[in-house]
Design a protein around this ligand. Structure first.
Ligand SMILES: *Cc1c(COP(=O)(O)O)cnc(C)c1O
Length: 386
């Protein structure tokens, strides 16, 4: 058992994993087995008491007014757009450097994604380019500027202050894509309260993951929460039979909610371990390797620890040979994916394109030992010199 009494500790010479869901499971397995038994006994596989418990715990943790557990992070992005009534002819601004789900969600709602470039230091949406893109949409007349989806890439909250200024000036609703950033903070506020509406994902490797698909929508307004609960169940009212609006099956099942509720119990301990690992990376790599720059008031959730390398692919091969697994999020920007090419801005998105050639994510999870993090740093600094 770990010093904090909650998380298992691995031996220092254990192979380095990029993520480590096994070690995490060992920390909570007896509690989960107890929960399986409870669910098998009550038999409410959909809509069981675990759903309310999970939603309540999400509100307690983040300070959000309401939380609605849904079937995936993608659903958590589509459903608010349905709730807001956005569709044909509506422009939704998203960064061009993100997971494809952000773009798909806009298109599934029937709206049009307008791609915005990123700030090279934070990898998040550049508010100045957002302003330019909004102006352009306003000049064309065939689209209405409606919403913006900032993405909190790798666990760093987007610049909500600057984005809010642009959004307020143009009447845009902000729907945050916090799929990678549960546990991030900005100005002392947890992610989940930084925007009117925040989507997050419980995909197993996210900072708050389940053991399957799931997600949640965190809102500042309880009425929006009720509307989303209706949309989650095919737009029905209290009888759950008659559709009073269009909706989908957007539910999160009892088992996933139970896993997430249990994981919230070790979340703070895990968050501290991620910060410890990131602190070592910062200290060893700072000034030698470019990284992701947090603002003064930011607390990074460290879903991923990502650096920028001119010679990325050869460094990556050397790390692999040294037993250090790495990953690339993402090697293709949104506007260069076949499904979304038609939304490419005429002059492209230079910073998204550059980032996609240079980013490399290093091992990051709460079960890395300090000496393992040092081994990763040794391997990376060695690879840069050879
Ligand atoms: C993972 C992710 C999503 C989608 O979440 P799913 O649960 O996989 O549907 C959306 N946006 C971003 C930025 C993500 O990383």
């Amino acid at each position: 058992m770990a010093a904090d009494g909650k998380l298992v500790e691995l031996p220092d010479d254990a192979p380095i994993q990029f993520f480590d869901l096994k070690a995490q499971q060992a920390s909570i397995r007896p509690a989960l087995e107890q929960r399986w038994t409870t669910i098998l006994d009550h038999g409410r596989y959909i809509g069981g008491p675990e759903v309310d418990e999970c939603e309540q715990k999400l509100c307690e943790f983040t300070g959000a007014a309401d939380a609605v557990a849904v079937g995936s992070g993608t659903q958590a992005l589509v459903m608010p757009l349905i709730a807001l009534g956005y569709g044909h002819g509506d422009a939704v601004f998203i960064p061009g450097f993100t997971y494809n789900a952000t773009a798909n969600a806009v298109l599934l709602a029937g709206a049009t994604p307008v791609l915005v470039d990123i700030d090279p230091k934070t990898f998040n949406m550049d508010a100045e380019d957002l302003e330019r893109k909004v102006q352009r949409v306003k000049g064309t007349r065939n689209l209405r500027a409606r919403a913006v989806i900032p993405v909190d890439l790798y666990g760093l909250a987007a610049d909500y202050k600057a984005i809010s200024e642009v959004a307020d000036a143009h009447g845009l609703v902000i729907v945050g894509d916090g799929a990678q950033a549960f546990g991030a903070k900005q100005d002392g506020q947890w992610l989940g309260t930084l925007a009117e509406i925040t989507a997050t994902s419980f995909y197993p490797t996210k900072t708050l993951g389940g053991y399957g698909d799931g997600g949640a929508i965190l809102v500042r307004d309880k009425e929006m929460g009720d509307l989303l609960r209706s949309i989650r169940w095919h737009g029905t009212g209290d009888n759950r039979k008659e559709s009073i609006r269009v909706g989908i099956n957007g539910r999160c099942d009892s088992i996933q909610c139970a896993v997430v509720a249990e994981k919230l119990g070790i979340f703070e301990a895990e968050r501290q371990r991620r910060k410890l690992a990131a602190g070592i990376y910062d200290q060893r790599l700072g000034g030698k390797v470019e990284g992701q720059v947090s603002g003064q008031s930011d607390e990074h959730a460290y879903g991923l620890y990502t650096v920028r390398l001119q010679d990325r692919d050869s460094v990556r091969a050397k790390l692999q040979a040294a037993g250090v697994p790495t990953a690339i999020y993402y090697d293709t920007p949104i506007h260069q994916m076949p499904a979304f090419e038609q939304f490419a801005p005429a002059r492209g998105l230079p910073e998204c394109e550059k980032a996609s050639r240079e980013v490399l994510s290093l091992p990051m999870h709460p079960y890395l030992s300090e000496s393992q993090v040092h081994r990763v740093c040794d391997a990376l600094l060695g690879a840069l010199q050879s």
